[in-house]
Write a protein that binds this ligand. Structure first.
Ligand SMILES: Nc1ncnc2c1ncn2[C@@H]1O[C@H](COP(=O)(O)OP(=O)(O)OP(=O)(O)O)[C@@H](O)[C@H]1O
Length: 495
C-alpha cells in the first residue's frame, strides 16, 4: 500500500509547479490526487480536456514505487511518455513498438524489485502475458507497486462504445494484488458502463483493513464531473446525397472565418502576435481513407493547408504531419482524419472540429469534438448529417454487431450498446427543440441542465434550425425508397 505522508499538501503543490510547470490545480484535481495518495481506489469521469492524466501522473511522481498505466492507444501512450520525459519524469512505455534495448532495460528495472521507472505505460494485451505478470509480482513483493491507472476505462465494459476484450482481463490486478489501489479514468461512460467497470475491476469492495482508504468502509472514491464544454459551439448542418453541398458549405464557412481575421482591428492584433490569417487549426473527421485523401487534396487545390491522416500512412508521414500541425506551420492548418486520429491529441488551440459524416457512436462524436478548444477559448464543432448517411452507418454498425449478415448470430451486448448509442446520436441530430449541450449532458446521465451561452444552433436561432432541417434533409419517403433499392449497402469504413 502506498506511503501516506503528512505533508502531502505541500508536496503536491510543489510538484505541480516544479515538475509539471502548472500554476494551480483545476477544480477537483487536488481532491482526486489526494484520494489517490491516501490509497483509495478512484473512479474519475470528467469532460474531455479536463486534465485527467495529471490525476495519476502527479501521484506517481510524489509517491514511492511504480505506477502502471494501462492505455488503449499507442499514440496516446507515446505522447504522454514524451511529455513526461521532457518534464524530467522517468516514464517509459512497453508495447509492440518498443525497441529491444529499451524493452530489456524495462524488464531488468522491474526485475530489481525496486524499479527506478516512475510511470510505465502498457497495453492491456501486455498485461495478460505471463512474463510481464511475473515481473510485477516481484515488484509487488517489494511493496513497490504503487498504483494501477486504467485510462479510457470505458473500454472495459461491453456496454461501452469501445469495448476491448483485453481490458476485461484487467480484473487480474485486483485478484492478484488486492492491496494495490486502482484508478480508472474516462470521459465517456453512462451509468451502465460505470457499474460494469467498477465490478469488473473489483473496485469499491470493502476495505479489509490496512493502509489508507476508508478504514473498513468503502475504499472507492468516485469523482464525476459534468461532460459540459461551454466553450464549444455545437451545431448540426443538414445535407443530403442530392444536395452534396458539404464542401462548398465548409469552404464558405472557413473563408468567412479568414475574412473576420483580416478585418482591420483583428489583423493588427494578429500581426502584433506574429500570427497568420490562415492559422486556424482544425480537424475534419471523415470515415474512409479515400475520402480523407481526396478531401485534403481538394482543399489544398483551393489554397487551404490541409493534410490527410489515416492508418495506412507510414509512421514517418504521420509523425511529420502531426509535428507540423502542432507547430502551426503554413500548409498544415487542417488535419483531415479518420478516427485513427483522436484520443490523446492534445493541441490546445484547435479552433474547429468538423464531422464530415455521422460518427458511429455518441461517445465517438463527443470524444472527437472534444479535441477542440482545449485552451478554453471559443471553438466550433459541426456535424454534417444526412439521412442517407444515417442509413449507411446503421447498416455498418448492425453488421459489425453480428446482425443482418446472414449468419443469424444474436447481437451481442456490445452490439446492442453500439446500436443504441448510434440511435441516440441520430436523435440528437434530428432534435430541433432543445439545447445541444443539454442533450450531451443528458446522454451521460446528468440531470442538471448546463448553461449554454448561445453556444449551440438551437440557442442561437431555434426557428432557423427547424427551417434548415426541413430544407436540408431528404424526406423519409425518398430515403426509404432508396434503401429498398439497396442504395446504401456499400459504404467503406477504414481507419
Ligand atoms: N492544472 C492544470 N493547469 C493547466 N493545465 C492543465 C492542468 N491540468 C491539465 N492541464 C492541461 O490540460 C490539457 C488536457 O489534459 P489531459 O490530456 O489530461 O486531458 P483529459 O482529461 O485526458 O482529456 P481527454 O479525455 O479529452 O483526452 C493538457 O494540455 C494538460 O497539460
Amino acid at each position: 500500500m502506498s506511503l501516506v505522508r503528512s505533508n502531502l499538501f505541500l508536496d503536491i503543490d510543489f510538484t505541480l509547479r516544479r515538475q509539471f510547470n502548472k500554476e494551480s490545480f483545476r477544480p477537483f484535481q487536488r481532491e482526486i490526487i489526494l484520494a489517490a495518495l491516501e490509497g483509495y481506489d478512484v473512479f474519475v469521469q470528467a469532460a474531455t480536456s479536463f486534465g485527467k492524466s495529471l490525476c495519476f501522473q502527479l501521484p506517481a511522481v510524489v509517491d514511492r514505487g511504480i505506477t502502471i498505466v494501462i492505455s488503449p492507444l499507442l499514440s496516446l501512450m507515446m505522447n504522454q511518455v514524451e511529455a513526461l520525459r521532457a518534464a524530467n519524469v522517468d516514464a517509459r512505455t512497453l508495447n509492440s513498438n518498443t525497441p529491444m534495448a529499451e524493452r530489456d532495460y524495462i524488464y531488468q528495472d522491474l526485475a530489481t524489485g525496486h524499479p527506478l521507472t516512475r510511470l510505465l505505460y502498457v497495453t492491456p494485451e501486455l498485461c495478460s502475458g505471463e512474463h510481464f505478470r511475473k515481473r510485477l509480482k516481484l515488484v509487488h513483493e517489494q511493496q513497490e507497486l504503487a498504483r494501477i491507472a486504467v485510462d479510457e476505462a470505458h473500454c472495459i465494459s461491453e456496454w461501452g462504445h469501445d469495448f476491448r476484450k483485453d481490458f476485461k482481463r484487467l480484473s487480474w490486478f485486483r485478484e492478484t494484488f488486492p492491496d494495490v489501489p486502482i484508478m480508472c479514468l474516462t470521459a465517456t461512460a453512462n451509468e451502465l458502463v460505470r457499474q460494469d467497470v467498477l465490478s469488473t475491476l473489483g473496485l469499491g469492495q470493502l476495505n479489509r483493513g490496512g493502509g489508507g482508504g476508508g478504514g473498513g468502509g468503502s475504499r472507492l472514491k468516485t469523482f464525476t464531473t459534468t461532460a459540459h464544454r461551454p466553450n464549444l459551439h455545437l451545431e448540426v448542418r443538414f445535407t443530403s446525397d442530392e444536395a452534396n453541398d458539404r464542401y462548398d458549405d465548409f469552404v464558405t464557412w472557413l473563408q468567412n472565418v479568414y475574412a473576420r481575421r483580416t478585418a482591420n482591428e483583428r489583423r493588427a492584433e494578429l500581426e502584433a502576435a506574429g500570427d497568420r490569417v490562415d492559422n486556424v487549426p482544425g480537424i475534419i473527421y471523415t470515415i474512409s481513407r479515400d475520402e480523407c485523401e481526396s478531401l485534403a487534396a481538394a482543399l489544398r487545390n483551393d489554397g487551404i493547408g490541409a493534410r490527410p491522416f489515416h492508418a495506412k500512412l507510414s509512421r514517418e508521414a504521420k509523425e511529420e504531419t502531426l509535428a507540423q500541425w502542432i507547430a502551426g506551420n503554413p500548409g498544415y492548418a487542417i488535419i483531415v482524419a479518420t478516427t485513427a486520429f483522436g484520443m490523446g491529441i492534445d493541441k490546445d488551440n484547435v479552433r474547429f472540429v468538423v464531422h464530415w459524416r455521422l460518427p458511429k457512436s455518441f461517445e465517438g462524436y463527443y470524444q472527437e469534438a472534444g479535441r477542440a478548444g482545449r485552451d478554453g477559448n471559443a471553438s466550433y464543432c459541426f456535424l454534417y448529417y444526412s439521412r442517407e448517411d444515417r442509413d449507411r452507418v446503421c447498416n455498418l454498425v448492425t453488421r459489425d454487431a453480428g446482425g443482418k449478415d446472414g449468419s443469424g448470430a444474436p447481437i451481442s451486448a456490445n452490439g446492442r450498446a453500439r446500436l443504441q448509442s448510434l440511435n441516440k446520436l441520430v436523435a440528437y441530430c434530428e432534435n430541433t427543440s432543445s439545447c445541444r449541450h443539454a442533450a450531451v449532458c443528458a446522454y451521460f446521465g446528468e440531470t442538471q441542465v448546463p448553461e449554454c451561452d448561445y453556444a449551440c444552433d438551437w440557442h442561437k436561432d431555434p426557428h432557423d434550425l427547424k427551417r434548415r432541417m426541413t430544407k436540408g434533409l431528404a424526406s423519409e419517403e425518398w430515403v426509404s425508397t432508396q434503401r429498398e433499392e439497396g442504395r446504401y449497402d456499400e459504404y467503406h469504413w477504414s481507419e
